[in-house]
Design a protein around this ligand. Structure first.
Ligand SMILES: *Cc1c(COP(=O)(O)O)cnc(C)c1O
Length: 385
């Protein structure tokens, strides 16, 4: 791994070998006949969209998924030509570019069908569209009451050659809470809405509803394809389900800073803004040059765990914009020594799940919010990627 002046302060090491292994583990879990879509929205949950997309494909994913069309078009611009579904369209978005790029474009309502058919007429192309059903999430997707109209109008547009309906799909609300009654209710609703569409004449290439937690716990949700996001990155969707290791997954991101300063301060010394931490005795303080501008949650002030000098320490006082402090006690640790905030957890370091607990949030947010000031350094890169 190359150390540049930029990566000396801090870096997020991204283990593409772990990512490939995670996809392989998911493929083994779902079995042959079920495809894996690698979800690489939000810059691959902070890990870097293009390198992670390539690694996911090397691991055996056959589809990619993004939220916005711009994220999907960026994959095409990088030369990635596998099927890509993007599902978060807003009025005025570039449907014409999506048609030319051969994206699968999700439609949740009539406004979207109207815009995409207009773009298809203008470009002379056929839009690949997937119809999204709101089976109970109550977020994006088409309500059951509006489904017959959306399906009927989409079939008319298909008959005119303007669209091809490639998929019917939905998304769970509570898949991370096994046994939650909404799960069975959503599966029933999906079977109903899918059945309606198929009876009306839709012949989807893919039918899908499972996200990572469903992929890990709910085989009856697999249909033709599973959409795996957080599991790709080796992070457990929720502590209730188990650890990443329980599912044969390995964390892809390791976040490391280098101590910018080590100094001895006397007893009774306040530490960082607000003096919420005060030293009990003479002690060595280590300065970690990462802060909330880098995505370290300020909410983890006084709580976040960090491996420094062979021991897990706790953030002393407030996380500031660019830096925070750890109390090293009597330990002599040199400036420049690594401070590991999180990683795979098998070398004594905390995990993103530990930071989620410390900051009262989910591990998705911990990895996704690591900021652009932190360089990503890719390891186990194959020739192809
Ligand atoms: C983010 C997202 C996913 C992936 O969810 P994970 O829990 O990270 O696997 C799947 N489908 C949709 C619609 C999403 O927005």
């Amino acid at each position: 791994m190359s150390e540049t002046p930029q990566t000396l302060r801090a870096r997020a090491e991204i283990d593409l070998g772990a990512l490939r292994g995670n996809v392989r583990a998911l493929r083994e879990r779902v079995g042959t006949g079920v495809q894996v879509m690698g979800v690489v929205k939000a810059d691959a949950y902070g890990h870097g969209a293009v390198p992670c997309a390539r690694a996911a494909l090397e691991g055996g994913a056959t589809w990619l998924g993004t939220a916005t069309p711009h994220e999907a078009l960026a994959l095409r611009a990088a030369g990635i030509d596998v099927p890509v579904l993007c599902w978060l369209w807003t009025p005025g978005d570039p449907w014409d570019e999506g048609i030319r790029a051969g994206l699968d474009m999700s439609l949740s309502g009539m406004w979207a069908l109207e815009e995409v058919t207009r773009a298809a007429r203008a470009t002379g192309g056929t839009a690949r569209v997937q119809l999204k059903a709101d089976t109970g999430l109550g977020r994006n997707g088409c309500q059951p009451a509006d489904w017959p109209r959306l399906v009927g109008e989409a079939l008319k547009a298909q008959a005119e050659g303007l669209v091809r309906i490639t998929g019917v799909w939905s998304h769970f609300a509570c898949a991370d809470e096994p046994g939650h009654p909404s799960i069975a209710a959503q599966l029933d609703a999906f079977h109903d809405m899918l059945g309606y569409a198929e009876k009306a004449g839709v012949e989807p290439e893919v039918r899908h509803i499972a996200n990572s937690p469903a992929t890990l716990t709910l085989p009856e949700s697999y249909f033709d394809l599973v959409r795996a996001g957080i599991a790709l990155y080796g992070v457990s969707p929720s502590p209730e389900l188990g650890t990443a290791a329980d599912f044969g997954l390995r964390a892809v991101m390791r976040l490391v800073g280098s101590l910018a300063l080590v100094k001895t301060v006397p007893a009774g010394h306040g530490v960082s803004y607000g003096h919420h931490y005060v030293t009990e005795r003479e002690t060595n303080l280590g300065l970690v040059p990462l802060g909330y501008a880098d995505g370290i949650p300020r909410h983890a002030s006084g709580r976040g765990p960090v491996l420094v000098g062979g021991k897990v320490r706790t953030v002393a006082g407030r996380v500031a914009m660019d830096q925070f402090v750890v109390d090293l006690g009597r330990d002599a640790v040199e400036p420049g020594a690594p401070a590991v905030l999180f990683g795979a957890g098998d070398q004594g370091e905390p995990t993103a799940e530990d930071w989620a607990r410390a900051a009262d949030t989910i591990a998705y947010e911990i990895v996704t919010r690591i900021g652009s000031r932190v360089p990503r350094v890719y390891t186990n890169v194959t020739h192809a990627s």
